[in-house]
Ligand binder design. Structure first.
Ligand code: TYM
Length: 327
């Protein structure tokens, strides 16, 4: 029996290379080793302002990106959170074992409050409990995520521990898996790459768009002129090279930058080329899948039905343990 793994992405807009290198690229590899469930977590996505008319397309876009990146529905389960009501049911139960103070100190809550001052809804505060429910519902043992999700994972473990202590052992405490792209900065070179900050390279960007974005991206800000030596270790684009360029090329760029042998524009040209090469097959597959929406919809529905069978069992066990199983 393989150990189980859950991870998910919010359908809040197109997927970007932070999602790809931080999460999905890892997921694709982990499919061989674990029993994987990959969620499109739409209930999380409605905690910020959004247009209901766009949501269906965003969900499909998310599923299409998973498939285009190499998630194989024969090996893994691809599911939609809102099609498995046990997620929200378990979240409610977990709410009752989660002290309010634990949620108030989660860093992403404070961040979101400052980003959405006009919409500080209860869902924003409760967000990590729903995330804990996503993970614990499948008794997941590992959760591959980017670095920004680690406080949520810590909280998930605390909630699991508290539930187990109160009602008897039920949930394993899940551990995170992070890859070498665990924290990708945006094109501004300062903030995390994020849809809401408009500093992203999207998986759907063409080579022309990728070049346009990279050509104006921030590099080592201390390198003012072409003749100045640069410091690759503080340059965001050099960290992107580490994700997509070959070893020898990375070394050439490093030495060239340190000795002012190459300029930032030369470095960006090589990066744009390699980034496009990595993303082009994904973009082509995405375009093909948009032509076959019925298949994508079927994969989501079948995956959600499959996930629901596991979810029902866990919820039955949980309800029995908390004294709410009335049959
Ligand atoms: P979300 O939708 O913001 O991001 C999805 C995944 O992409 C990673 N990621 C990044 N990694 C590196 N650098 C970046 N700039 C970057 N931006 C995003 C995230 O770390 C994440 O792994 N709360 C989650 C969604 C969620 C979830 C879950 C995840 C809900 N339930 C259960 C795992 C398990 C979120 O907002 O991810």
């Amino acid at each position: 029996m393989k150990e189980r793994l859950f991870s998910g992405i919010q359908p809040t807009g197109g997927l970007h290379i932070g999602n790809y290198f931080g999460a999905i690229k890892n997921w694709v590899k982990l499919q061989e080793k674990y029993e994987c469930i990959f969620g499109i977590v739409d209930y999380h996505a409605i905690t910020v302002n959004y247009n209901p008319e766009e949501m269906r397309r965003r969900i499909l876009d998310c599923a299409i990106s998973y498939l285009a990146c190499g998630i194989d529905p024969e090996k893994s389960t691809l599911m939609l959170q809102s099609l498995v009501p046990e997620h929200t049911e378990l979240a409610w139960i977990l709410n009752t074992v989660t002290p309010l103070a634990w949620l108030e100190r989660v860093p992403t809550f404070k961040e979101k409050v400052s980003q959405n001052p006009q919409n500080i809804n209860t869902g924003l505060l409760d967000y990590p409990v729903l995330m804990a429910a996503d993970i614990l519902l499948y008794k997941s043992v590992v959760v591959p995520v980017g670095e920004d999700q680690l406080p949520h994972l810590e909280l998930t473990r605390e909630i699991a521990r508290k539930f187990n202590k109160t009602f008897g052992y039920t949930f394993p405490e899940p551990r995170e898996i992070t890859g070498k792209g665990a924290r990708i900065l945006g094109l501004d070179g300062v903030n995390k790459m994020s849809k809401s900050l408009n500093n992203c390279i999207y998986l759907s960007d063409s080579p022309q768009v990728i070049w346009k974005k990279l050509s104006t991206a921030v590099t080592d800000t201390n390198r003012k002129r072409r003749e100045d030596p640069g410091n690759p270790e503080v340059c965001n684009l050099f960290s992107m090279h580490k994700l997509v360029s070959k070893k020898e090329e990375i070394e050439t760029v490093r030495r060239g930058c340190q000795r002012a042998g190459i300029g930032c524009l030369d470095c960006k040209k090589i990066l744009a080329e390699n980034m496009s090469q990595e993303l082009e097959p994904i973009r082509e597959k995405q375009n093909m899948l948009w032509e076959n929406l019925k298949d994508v919809e079927d994969i989501i529905k079948e995956g959600s039905n499959k996930a629901r069978m596991i979810a029902r069992q866990t919820l039955k066990e949980v309800k029995e343990k908390i004294g709410l199983y009335f049959n």
